[in-house]
Design a protein around this ligand. Structure first.
Ligand code: ZN
Ligand code: ZN
Length: 368
């Protein structure tokens, strides 16, 4: 290791925090036992930390896959700072570089330099940590800029100060500091690091065989949905990583919930047909290698895409017809109700006329 090239502040934090945590966590549990409220708080804070990175730093700031309300942005920036993964501006700039130069020399966490380098090794060296910030759109955003300028005090306050304070309110400041502070940071950092290492190692290359990114449900569980990484590298503008409803992607669910609350809008989504096209293209390359004739594959692919198009059209027609039918049914119901009312009214009048006639008749009968 060339000592001059080591980025000491980052390297020391990445070594010292887990080390202290590793010593203090068992000691803490030994002395105070398992305090449920502290554990629940630490777990909730850990989930919020990871989701601020995945839904905020990653899908919002790095990729602009949806628009967020300033309240949502402020929450992502504050809790994101508590993750000790750098400012949103620096994180996004590095991440955009990773996408633009994937698997190449300029990729800061290039998997071809080994699993360890992509995981966290890159964070120890000046040449990979101190890359110039290149994100003009984010530099113009005053909230992002504010978090970047005051990143260190914000990270300490949100990462250690706030959990200690909440722990103190729960009767255990040390529990807050060690479990919801140090341990949470060490574990959530690993979850993010897995995206750059495991997501480029484990799983299937569903949409593009040319890049190292892979899709894996198992890795998705470890990374709050970022495990469908081949899809993500192919379609980075999509706010989802797991496109099927059953794909484990809590980040996508958080973004949907924010939309429901009015805190997110313009969720960007690639069409089914584009996604299917990419998959068929990637798979036909594999089949071609196995000796299948190109013309045959093209013809089959076209047939599938045509059927998909027809299916889409029919589904739309069906939905439209359902709306039209409901409208027609409502109109008819209103007309019939109106007619019924009219008939009832006429009947009442006839009844009245009959009664009056009968009364008059009786009067005549008595006077005769
Ligand atoms: Zn990305
Ligand atoms: Zn990647």
């Amino acid at each position: 290791m060339n000592q001059k090239r080591i980025e000491w502040p980052v390297a020391l934090f990445l070594i010292i925090n887990p080390l202290i945590t590793l010593i203090l966590t068992p000691l803490y549990f030994y002395k105070f036992g398992f305090e449920l409220d502290i554990l629940v708080f630490a777990l909730a804070f850990a989930a919020a930390t990871n989701l601020s990175i995945t839904a905020g730093y990653h899908r919002l700031f790095s990729h602009k896959s949806y628009d967020a309300h300033p309240v949502a942005k402020a929450i992502f920036l504050l809790i994101g700072a508590s993750a000790f993964q750098g400012s949103a501006l620096k994180w996004s700039s590095d991440h955009r570089r990773h996408h633009a130069h994937i698997d190449g020399e300029k990729d800061p966490y290039n998997i071809n330099k080994g699993f360890w380098h992509a995981h966290m090794g890159w964070l120890f060296y000046k040449d990979t940590v101190n890359l110039k910030i290149q994100a003009p759109d984010l530099e113009k955003d005053w909230m992002v800029q504010f978090q970047h300028r005051f990143y260190v005090p914000l990270a300490i306050l949100m990462g250690f100060g706030v959990p200690t304070l909440i722990g103190w309110m729960m009767g255990s400041p040390l529990g807050g500091l060690v479990i919801a502070g140090g341990l949470r940071i060490a574990l959530t950092q690993q979850s993010t690091f897995f995206v750059n290492s495991l997501c480029h190692t484990l799983g299937k290359q569903t949409y593009s065989k040319e890049i190292s990114a892979r899709d894996s449900w198992f890795v998705a569980i470890l990374t709050h949905g970022e495990g469908y990484h081949n899809f993500h590298h192919k379609f980075q503008i999509d706010y989802r990583n797991g496109i099927m409803w059953y794909h484990w992607d809590p980040t996508k669910w958080v973004i949907n919930s924010l939309k429901f609350l009015g805190l997110a809008s313009k969720l960007r989504q690639i069409s089914h047909i584009e996604i299917l096209k990419a998959r068929l293209q990637a798979e036909s390359l594999e089949m071609k290698k196995k000796g299948f004739a190109d013309e045959k594959l093209i013809a089959m692919r076209e047939k599938i895409l045509e059927a998909q198009n027809r299916m889409k059209k029919l589904r739309e027609d069906y939905e439209q017809f359902k709306i039209d039918a409901a409208k027609k049914r409502e109109e008819l119901r209103e007309a019939y109700d109106h007619k019924l009312l009219e008939l009832r009214r006429e009947l009442e009048i006839a009844k009245l006329e009959f009664n009056m006639g009968m009364k008059q008749w009786q009067v005549y009968l008595r006077t005769v």
